[in-house]
Ligand binder design. Structure first.
Ligand code: BES
Ligand code: ZN
Length: 464
């Protein structure tokens, strides 16, 4: 391990330069005009890994290519196999004017590397790739075979990864998936995330008159779609922060006293969070703490709201339509299809007959939960502790990585979530950043992870 550690330290600056090269690709999966950038970015990753002596493959899909990278292995290798998952696609950088420096021109300031995709997720999976490089270059044998599965559609729902998993099931057969695409509460609190929220996306469109109308001539006699939409949406949540959709909470598993106690120990203070976020007060479902609300309780959010005139000055119209994009974050055992159905029925009930309501269910993903006391989870905790020299914490995260359910369903394995993004990472926000010292510790963690996991696998196989 010494040789690997010192290699990682010696090559620190080059690792940062290479990550910057990777971050210069505007690999925004949501925007079709970036399709050539997606291909170029995937190509860069394949070339980079090939140069390291890895076997890298660019796998075309109906959408953005998937990159598969294998560590060198003996034919018929009996070593345990792990698959590291990550994504090279990033969220749109808008609004651009809020960035201190351009999102695709990486900038280092102190310990922070600013760029879109630095934390979510290029920096996080590069830490694992760099750790493998250190093994190869120092002649340190890896105790397991590794495959990297780096996709380009995570931020838009992983449409093409599910069929790919089915097609390549055999070669992706492994002991567990390893994913660094979540957070850690502070540099002194490395974390194993054992639960993620699920998601159900719903688009609501209220159709009124077949064209925009003069609001003086027709106002008062024709219903206003924007007003109806606001009235309907406002009824989705009550004063106590509870979601009013009938049946919404039916399948929610109650938090155990043990979990609530663990969450209370996390280093989050509501008052400092309030300042950090720039809000006059925090909000949430009554009866739950700040940490519980944002990670272990279901929610309803309006992500976007569009109607009528948005330009300078005013325009006196009754808009012809109004649209909202909603997402519901889900917890065990809520089912995204059931929730979308319940929401649709409730919205139809709330809507007056003076307009026409259209509700379209969008992407969905089930919530995810693993047993944090299992042998592989515990092995990951040991790797975190040794690399960060701090006691790791167990986290439930509010975000979603829907594909982990397919890893379970199709490949039959759990995902070990070892996130490296600090709370100030600004994922999906302007000025996204990644801590370079965490990047370095993440590489060490990766190097320590493989022997720990292999030991745990072998212990499990030994006859009792
Ligand atoms: N890395 C995030 C997921 C995440 C963030 C998990 C923070 C836990 C904590 C991922 O890239 C992401 O943004 N996922 C989307 C999924 C959605 C598009 C289906 C999300 O959570 O909004
Ligand atoms: Zn993301």
């Amino acid at each position: 391990m010494k040789a690997v550690d010192s290699y990682l330290d010696q090559h620190r600056d080059r690792f940062v330069r290479e990550l910057c090269d990777y971050l210069r690709f505007p690999s925004v999966s949501a925007q079709p005009e970036h399709a050539p950038d997606m291909r170029a970015c995937a190509g860069w990753l394949v070339d980079h890994c090939t140069r390291l002596g890895l076997e890298a493959e660019l796998c075309p899909t109906a959408g953005n290519p998937i990159v598969l990278v294998r560590t060198p292995r003996q034919p018929g290798s009996k070593k345990p196999h792990f698959v590291v998952y990550g994504h090279y696609d990033v969220q749109p950088p808008d609004p651009l004017d809020l960035w201190v420096s351009p999102p695709f021109e990486p900038r280092v300031e102190g310990d922070a590397l600013f760029a879109r995709g630095s934390a979510d997720n290029k920096g996080q999976h590069m830490a694992h790739i760099n750790a493998v490089e250190a093994h190869l270059r120092t002649g340190t044998e890896l105790p397991c075979d590794l495959t990297f599965l780096i996709e380009g559609e995570e931020e838009v729902g992983c449409t093409n990864l599910t069929p790919f998993l089915r097609k390549r099931r055999r070669e992706l057969k492994c002991e567990a998936m390893v994913i660094s695409d979540t957070g850690m509460p502070s540099p002194r609190h490395p974390a194993l995330t054992y639960a993620l929220r699920g998601i159900a996306a719903v688009e609501v469109i209220v159709h009124g008159p077949d064209r925009d109308l003069h609001s003086g001539i027709f106002g008062g006699s024709v219903d206003n779609p924007a007003m109806v939409l606001c009235q309907v949406l406002a009824q989705l949540r009550d004063r106590k922060g509870r979601i009013t959709v009938p049946g919404f909470y039916d399948d929610v598993v109650k938090l155990s006293a043990y979990e609530r106690k663990q969450m209370a120990r996390l280093p989050f203070k509501e008052s400092s969070e309030r300042k950090f976020l720039g809000v006059p007060g925090m909000f949430g479902e009554s009866g739950f703490t700040f940490v519980e609300r944002r990670s272990a309780r279901p929610t309803c959010e309006i992500n976007g709201l569009t109607s009528g005139y948005q330009g300078a000055g005013s325009k006196t119209i009754i808009p012809s339509w109004a649209r909202a994009k909603l997402t519901f974050r889900l917890v065990p055992d809520q089912d995204p299809a059931t929730i979308a159905r319940l929401v649709k029925a409730h919205l139809k009930d709330l809507c007056p007959p003076t307009v026409r309501l259209e509700v379209n269910a969008g992407h969905g993903g089930s919530p995810y939960l693993i047993d944090p006391t299992g042998p592989l989870a515990q092995a990951s905790m040991r790797a975190l502790k040794s690399a960060f020299e701090c006691e790791p914490v167990l986290l439930r995260e509010g975000g979603s990585i829907p594909i982990v359910n397919d890893f379970k369903r199709i490949l039959g394995v759990d995902s070990l979530l070892l996130g490296l993004a600090l709370p100030n990472a600004n994922a999906h926000s302007p000025n996204e950043q990644f801590s370079l010292s965490i990047f370095q510790k993440g590489m060490r963690m990766s190097a320590r992870l493989w022997p720990e996991l292999v030991q745990a696998v072998e212990r499990g196989k030994r006859p009792a």
